[in-house]
Ligand binder design. Sequence first.
Ligand code: FAD
Length: 239
Amino acid sequence: GTTEMWKEFDKSKVYMVDLESGLHYLLRLFPGRPSVVKLLETLLEWLVSLPLERIPYNAILDLVNNKMSISGMYLSDRLQWVGCQGSRPELRGYPCSLWTLFHTLTVQAALRPDALANTGLEDDPLAVLQTMRRYIGTFFGCQECGRHFEEMAKESLSQVRSLDQAVLWLWSRHNQVNNRLSGALSEDPRFPKTQWPTPDLCPACHEEKDGLHVWNEERVLSFLKQHYASPNISPKYTS
Ligand code: FAD
């Protein structure tokens, strides 16, 4: 393939390019019939190009049900990673963008619960996590990942009672995964697995109690709601 130039990025930001490339990748991997894949691609193009901040659910239904005749639209072949770029092509990328996408979705749901109005998902604090769980279990190519994620979900997902708790659940499980994978072959030496957010990103998230490190979860929640919120999603490198 082509060798891409390293893109400078700010690790305190989330990159729209990573979210969009994650979506493209996800839809490419969807093992559907060609006509279904085509439909999803067209839907994606339409969603990405929509200038609205809020997409009415009925508009999507109308599009999928009535207006999506097969057209000559193709997804761009160009996938690029920024915040998710790895020091080698097989590192980071898609799995990183999936985490980023799902954190962004849990935070968006907590910040704007009204966005779920008329979807049948309103008032369900688990809507995003259950969707993620099903996706990871069914379509994410890494079976070991799916098994591990399913184990964590079985163990504690039912304790999640609010949209804020859903944000924190995903954060703490992701740290559990980071901990397990620290030093593994899949680790990018340039991006060592850490307990996140590191003190340089969020000093107030870290506290010490009886000489031991503890998280201040209230501060972590505020940090996540800032980090994965729209104003922190950078449009740099989108074309
Ligand atoms: P990632 O872990 O992908 O994180 C992406 C970005 O999210 C980081 O750069 C950081 O900005 C942010 N972040 C990091 N930690 C947190 C947190 N706690 N909360 C919020 N944001 C955070 N690989 C395996 O080898 N074995 C597995 O069992 C496995 N299970 C996985 C399960 C799931 C559901 C997913 C999505 C991926 C899994 N992977 C697994 C892949 C692995 O977790 C990483 O995605 C991959 O190694 C790339 O790591 P990364 O350095 O890009 O950071």
